[in-house]
Ligand binder design. Structure first.
Ligand SMILES: NC(=O)c1ccc[n+]([C@@H]2O[C@H](COP(=O)([O-])OP(=O)(O)OC[C@H]3O[C@@H](n4cnc5c(N)ncnc54)[C@H](OP(=O)(O)O)[C@@H]3O)[C@@H](O)[C@H]2O)c1
Length: 373
C-alpha cells in the first residue's frame, strides 16, 4: 500500500504514522500546514517522497535529497498527483478538511476521514462526488469506526455514539462559564488537537458526529443519538429491530480505528485486551443545560443544510476566539446560537451553493464576533 497522510504532524497524523510503521505500510507523502521542520524530520524517518506545506506560499529548498517540497496553489492535489497513493488519511482539522478531501479524492481508491467538518459541510454533494468517483470512504473517528464494525445486513433502528463529556464534565455550571483554556485542553481520555479538544468540552464535537453518522450510514435524524460513557470504554451501540443492542468496546486508543480504516477488512493492529470481569458499563443521558451546543446540534439535524454550515463555521470562529482569550468558554455556545439564528435556511446541492453558504456564514460569524459584548 502507498499511503499519504494529510495533517501528519497532528495527533491523528502522528498516530497514523506510528500505525503505518508497525504494519509495514509505505508512507509516500505527507502534508503539514506550517511546521516544515517537523515535516522534514518525519520525511527523513519514513523515507517520504513528497512533503506538501499547505499554509505557506513558499519555503526554503530542502537539503534532504530525494524529498520534494510542494507549496502554493492546490498543494494537496500536487502531492497526490506526484505520489499516486492508494490510500489517503485526512487528519486536517476544521472546515479546511473539505478542501483537502476535494483536492485528494480523484486520485485515490480509499479515503480514511478523521475530519468531520468536511462531511457536515460537503453533505450530499460530497457524497455524490465520492460515489461517482468510486472512492471508498472510511471513518477514522472511533465512534463511527465502531458503528461500521457493528453493522450487519439488517438496517439498524438506532445508532448511539458515546461521549466522554470532555474535560469540564464535573465543573458546576457557574465554573463552566469561565473555564480557562488550560482546563479545557486537559481532556480526560484522549490526547487531541486544540480545536477538537475544545469541541469535546462543548460537545459540539458530538453534535458534528451525529451529522457524520447520518452521512456515513444513511440514517435519519431520529436514528442517531449520544450518551455519556465516562471512560470511553464503549465507543458506540447499534440497536436492531428485534431488540438486540450491539456494543463496540475497548480501551480508548485512536490507533485502533486508524489501523482498521487502513487495513479493513483485515484487523491487523495488536492492541491491549481489556479484562471484562468486574468492569461496569454505564450510559448517562447528555445533560442539555451543561451542553447546550449539543442540544442545538440535535435541533439542526432536522433543519436545512445552511444551518449545519453555520454551526460549523461559527464554532470554528468562536473556538479560535476562545483559544486567543477573546471570549469566555460559555460564550462559544452563545456565539454559535446567534450565528445559526441569523442564517437563511436553504438546502445545498452544488459546490457553488456550498461556497456561497460558507462565505455568507463566515461573514455573519465575523460580524457577530466584531459586535460581541
Ligand atoms: N485527535 C483525535 O484523537 C481525533 C479523534 C477523532 C477525530 N479527530 C479529527 O481529526 C482531525 C485532526 O485532529 P488532530 O487532533 O489530529 O488535529 P491537530 O493535532 O491539531 O493536527 C492538525 C494537523 O493538520 C495540519 N493543519 C492545521 N491547520 C490546517 C489547515 N488550515 N489546513 C491544512 N492543514 C492544517 C497541522 O499542520 P501543522 O503542524 O503544520 O500546523 C497538523 O498536521 C480533526 O478534524 C479532528 O476532529 C481527531
Amino acid at each position: 500500500m502507498r499511503l499519504v497522510v494529510l495533517g501528519a504532524t497532528g495527533s491523528i497524523g502522528r498516530q497514523t504514522l506510528e500505525v503505518a510503521k508497525a504494519l509495514g505500510i509505505r508512507v509516500v507523502g505527507i502534508s503539514v500546514h506550517t511546521r516544515v521542520d517537523a515535516a522534514l524530520k518525519i520525511a527523513r524517518e519514513f523515507g517520504i517522497e513528497v512533503v506538501a506545506v499547505t499554509g505557506l506560499e513558499c519555503v526554503k529548498p530542502t537539503a534532504l535529497e530525494n524529498v520534494k517540497l510542494v507549496t502554493g496553489e492546490r498543494t494537496v492535489e500536487q502531492l497526490v498527483k506526484l505520489t499516486a497513493p492508494d490510500t489517503v488519511v485526512v487528519a486536517v482539522p476544521g472546515i479546511a478538511g473539505l478542501d483537502a478531501v476535494l483536492q485528494a479524492y480523484p486520485y485515490v481508491r480509499r479515503l480514511c476521514l478523521a475530519n468531520k467538518e468536511s462531511v457536515v459541510v460537503g453533505g450530499r454533494y460530497l457524497k455524490r462526488l465520492l460515489r461517482d468517483a468510486g472512492v471508498e470512504v472510511l471513518p477514522v473517528d472511533s465512534e463511527h469506526s465502531a458503528v461500521l464494525q457493528l453493522l450487519e445486513a439488517a438496517r439498524p433502528v438506532k445508532v448511539i455514539l458515546t461521549a466522554s463529556g470532555g474535560a469540564l464534565r464535573d465543573l458546576s455550571l457557574e465554573e463552566l462559564e469561565n473555564a480557562t483554556v488550560s482546563q479545557v485542553l486537559a481532556h480526560p481520555n484522549w490526547q487531541m488537537g486544540a480545536k477538537v479538544t475544545v469541541d469535546s468540552a462543548t460537545m459540539v464535537n458530538k453534535g458534528l458526529e451525529l451529522f457524520e453518522a447520518m452521512w456515513f450510514f444513511n440514517l435519519a435524524p431520529h436514528q442517531v443519538d449520544a450518551a455519556i460513557c465516562r471512560d470511553s470504554f464503549v465507543h458506540a451501540a447499534v440497536v436492531f429491530e428485534d431488540g438486540v443492542v450491539k456494543f463496540h468496546a475497548g480501551f480508548p486508543d485512536m490507533r485502533v480505528p486508524i489501523a482498521y480504516a487502513l487495513t479493513k477488512p483485515d484487523r491487523r493492529w495488536k492492541g491491549r485486551v481489556p479484562e471484562l470481569v468486574g468492569r461496569s458499563i454505564t450510559f448517562e443521558p447528555v445533560p442539555f443545560d451543561r451542553y447546550p451546543a449539543f442540544a442545538l446540534a440535535k435541533e439542526i439535524l432536522r433543519e436545512r443544510d445552511t444551518l449545519k454550515v453555520g454551526y460549523c463555521v461559527a464554532d470554528e470562529v468562536a473556538v479560535d476566539a476562545f483559544l486567543k482569550g477573546k471570549i469566555r468558554f460559555g460564550e462559544i455556545y452563545r456565539m454559535i446560537e446567534k450565528v445559526v439564528e441569523s442564517v437563511e435556511a436553504a438546502d445545498l446541492d452544488s459546490w457553488e451553493e456550498i461556497e456561497e453558504a460558507l462565505e455568507a456564514t463566515q461573514r455573519i460569524s465575523k460580524d457577530v464576533m466584531r459586535r460581541w459584548k
